[in-house]
Ligand binder design. Structure first.
Ligand code: UDX
Length: 448
């Protein structure tokens, strides 16, 4: 029997779902995006990207125009496709565990739809879920509401994604691997065939695994990357105490060892974003529930949390006291080229500065609206970097935006009351900032 693999539906049009939907459609695969948010659905149907991501907007416009991508809030449309991806959110709960209610609802609603269909339908879990979720919760809800059996009429795979914000479309088109977790060959074969159609001769290595192993790959990947950052931040903090040392040189040298690798060795104010903290917490919680305390990952998180305090300590050391001092925070986004401030180090730094009585004025080219939603009028906002610097006692560089990188020492001197600079992103050359009160993470004091 020939299995058709040329139409897919994607439930949940957040970051992952939206980028996945657009890239599938861009490869000629008929795609239906499904989301409960009507406004979002309408926007997508007009060909407008509901989130900021390079390349997404034109890709989406083209796909909608060519009728390869449609969006709806009616999950019954999933029945018109061969394969449904679940890409709904799995937010953190207070204890660090993930909230499975969206995935439960999606599985239940999809199961109800599949009750009425004939033929085989493959369900693929793309959401980040702890090991056992696909084969446990998702399978149970699907079977209960469809009245069908997973493994015969319904196929089921876990298939995590590894997209980075800002390069998500590129990452989706050029992944380094595809991980397919399934207990039955038919499901794995159908998904492999779909990806073969998507990537053609450029199909990356496909790792076939159990659903639980596939789920753990995603957590292991993010835990490793986060730990690599906390590792280099630890070395940076040691370097900073050591005259004549710049952690950049150390990172470059160790990165040349292929066992270490050069990427994710940029020291800074600590990682942010929607994944690392959430996934580390979920992994720690999962592990603890199973009776193992993963001390390494606790240390990764603690190191990250404390890095923000170090940044504020650096400012305090320059100024003596922060009380009543005007501090310009340049950059709010958790990394450049995004308006996302989720778990951003800038927010941790701002909270610390506020506790110490500083008057904070912040500038970011994109992330001010999101920051206002989170911390409202706790701080002042500036329209550009120069206005933020005006009359400031100290400037802290929190995001590595290209135009902030281009600011010259003389601009800091001209605008600020006193040119105290804490370079938490290490964007400036310490030599050219020599005659300012300049300190950077991971740069040791000058030798006397
Ligand atoms: C991350 C993972 O990279 C991705 O595979 C996963 O699917 C989702 O989580 P993302 O959150 O988009 O992606 O951002 P990423 O580029 O990984 O950066 C995360 C944080 O780490 C940022 O705050 C960044 O500034 C910081 N970082 C990154 C460093 O401090 N140093 C580095 O060397 C690299």
């Amino acid at each position: 029997m020939k299995i058709r693999v040329d139409s897919v539906s994607i439930v949940g049009l957040g970051y992952v779902g939206m980028c996945t939907a657009a890239t599938f459609a861009s490869r000629g695969i008929r795609t239906i995006g499904i989301d409960i948010d009507e406004k979002r659905v309408e926007q997508i149907r007009k060909g407008e990207a509901p989130l900021h991501e390079p390349q997404l907007d034109p890709m989406l416009k083209k796909a909608v125009k060519e009728k390869l991508l449609d969006a709806t809030n009616d999950i019954s449309k999933a029945a018109d496709t061969d394969t449904t991806f679940l890409a709904v959110g799995t937010p953190s709960q207070n204890d660090g565990s993930i909230d499975l209610s969206y995935i439960e609802n999606a599985a239940k609603d999809l199961g109800n739809v599949l009750r009425e269909t004939r033929g085989y339908h493959l369900v693929v879990v793309k959401s980040t879920v702890v090991p056992g979720t696909t084969n446990g919760t998702v399978k149970r809800f699907l079977e209960q509401s469809s009245g069908k059996t997973v493994g015969s009429e319904i196929g089921l795979c876990a298939n995590p994604e590894f997209l980075k914000e800002g390069t998500a479309i590129h990452d989706a088109l050029h992944p380094d691997k595809i991980v397919i977790g399934s207990d039955d060959k038919k499901s794995a074969n159908q998904l492999t065939r779909l990806y073969r159609k998507f990537y053609g001769s450029k199909l990356p290595p496909v790792i076939l695994a159990s659903p639980e192993a596939a789920e753990l790959v995603k957590y292991a990947s993010n835990a490793f990357l986060a730990t690599k950052i906390s590792f280099i931040n630890t070395i940076a903090n040691i370097a900073q105490q050591t005259p004549g040392v710049d952690v950049g040189t150390v990172a470059r040298a160790i990165g040349l060892d292929p066992r270490i690798g050069e990427l994710f060795l940029k020291a800074g104010p600590g990682y942010g974003g929607s994944c690392f903290h959430k996934d580390l917490q979920a992994l720690i919680n999962y592990s603890e529930k199973n009776g193992y305390n993963p001390v390494l990952f606790r240390a990764t998180e603690e190191t990250n949390e404390k890095q923000a305090t170090r940044v504020v300590d650096m400012a305090e050391k320059l100024l003596g006291s922060l009380s009543g001092k005007k501090v310009a925070v340049l950059g709010l986004a958790f990394k450049k080229d995004t308006d996302d401030i989720r778990e951003a180090a800038s927010i941790r730094v701002i909270n610390e500065l506020e506790k110490k009585g500083a008057q904070v004025v912040a500038y970011d080219p994109m992330a001010i609206p999101n920051t206002k939603k989170q911390i409202a009028d706790l701080i002042d906002y500036a329209e550009d970097a120069h206005s933020a610097l005006k009359g400031a006692d100290c400037a802290i560089i929190m995001t590595e935006w290209d135009h902030l990188r281009k600011l010259k020492a003389k601009e800091f001197r001209a605008y600020m009351k006193t040119p105290n600079i804490v370079d938490a992103r290490r964007v400036y050359d310490p030599d050219t900032f020599n005659d300012l009160n300049y300190v950077a993470i991971g740069v040791g004091p000058r030798r006397a």
